[in-house]
Design a binder for this molecule. Sequence first.
Ligand SMILES: Nc1ncnc2c1ncn2[C@@H]1O[C@H](COP(=O)(O)OP(=O)(O)OP(=O)(O)O)[C@@H](O)[C@H]1O
Length: 459
Amino acid sequence: MAASTLFWTPVTSCGWQQSAKRASHGSSRSTSQSQQCSIVVVRRRTTSSEHQQRLRYYDAGSGLRLFGRNCGILVEKQEDLMRLQQQKRKTKNRSMMMPMMPRKSHFRSTAVAAVANPVETDTTSFQEMIKGTARKYYMLGGKGGVGKTSLAASLAVKFANSGHPTLVVSTDPAHSLSDSFAQDLAGGTLMPVEGVDLPLYAMEINPEQAREEFRATTQKEGGSGVKDFMDSVGLGGWVEQLSELKLGELLDTPPPGLDEAMAISKVVQFMQAPEYDKFSRIVFDTAPTGHTLRLLSLPDFLDASIGKILKLKKKISQATSAIKSAFGQGDGPDKATDKLEALKEKMIMVREIFRDKEATEFIIVTIPTVMAVNESSRLQQSLQKEGVPVKRLIINQILPPSSSDCKFCAIKRKDQKRAMDMVAQDPNLRALQVIESPLFDLEIRGVPALKFMGDIVWH
Ligand SMILES: Nc1ncnc2c1ncn2[C@@H]1O[C@H](COP(=O)(O)OP(=O)(O)OP(=O)(O)O)[C@@H](O)[C@H]1O
């Protein structure tokens, strides 16, 4: 692609977005034989260097668009600009034409050029999040469908591009990280995310596999195996005590939240391996609220259950060792107890990570509806009770400002305002730092789109 001059014009209203879209589509068609789409919409920044940096972020081919006062359109060809200006005259907006830097070939790439140290002018919420090299965990959770995955993925991209080797993990049994990144990240192992220069890996934990592993361990060592064993040595009376522990129930119908607990404990297990030391930021895309809440109480439940099992096993082994020694059989190493102990340790680690105020932050994601705000309030209350640190609340999918609302948009905006006022009044939520995230007019999919979202939300 030969270098050419770009022209900039600001976007100030809904009408302009439409103009930009129409012009963009038109241009795409007219230039499709020789060029890719020639219109880029970028956020307008205060200095030209920042502006140029933005150019690297947002690519014409990806069709990304922004809205609001800080937006503009970059066109490659003067005739495109003329067409936009004609549209603009119709809407009686003030026009501006500004030659931009020569276009370089890499601007065409849909892969995002990484910016290791983005320029920040003052201390921001995001600066606080990237401060320090000690490992930090960010858990994004909330009601189903509010945008947890998109926001978790966009945060992970932003961390990676801010110099932090990052891992994003989905512990939601219904994974959507692969969809969000538009890359195949399934398989339960570390998968490199393409399109970001600094290390960014993703992992979708397979809940079925995790559950099976748990079932295999406990069933073999603490479930029917123990029952059979006790029967065989004439200690059937202990079975009563086992049933008190509801162990059978636990194994046959694992409680909701177990998948997630296992998923997180698996990550913790991975984290203990030296090759994972490099990750300084770990972002969890968690399951919807109900699961997460149950997950939080699960380690306690398991801890107590496993504790009881271990105690019981100790008593049994004391009794049986006497029998065995009477028959000339010595005690071998008790692998069963070791495994249960290891499982219990992992569960305790999961709980500790959730509660560690220095290393962990749970970010609640919501949308501006009464139902979602109420659910977020309950979530925050439960998190507080569990001692999980929460500082921020993201209100996602807020209608962007517009000077020309249609009737539907006006009603929707009023509804959203009501829900946002509720946040400000809510005793559980009002102390949280609110991050507003707009409703985008494109689907957030793929690294460029996630980067685009991340730069707007995380600053
Ligand atoms: N701010 C936004 N603007 C426009 N679309 C959005 C926004 N946030 C999320 N979406 C879209 O909403 C859909 C659901 O988002 P996402 O998968 O991130 O939600 P989720 O809370 O993780 O869902 P689930 O609970 O089902 O896992 C996706 O298609 C995503 O692209």
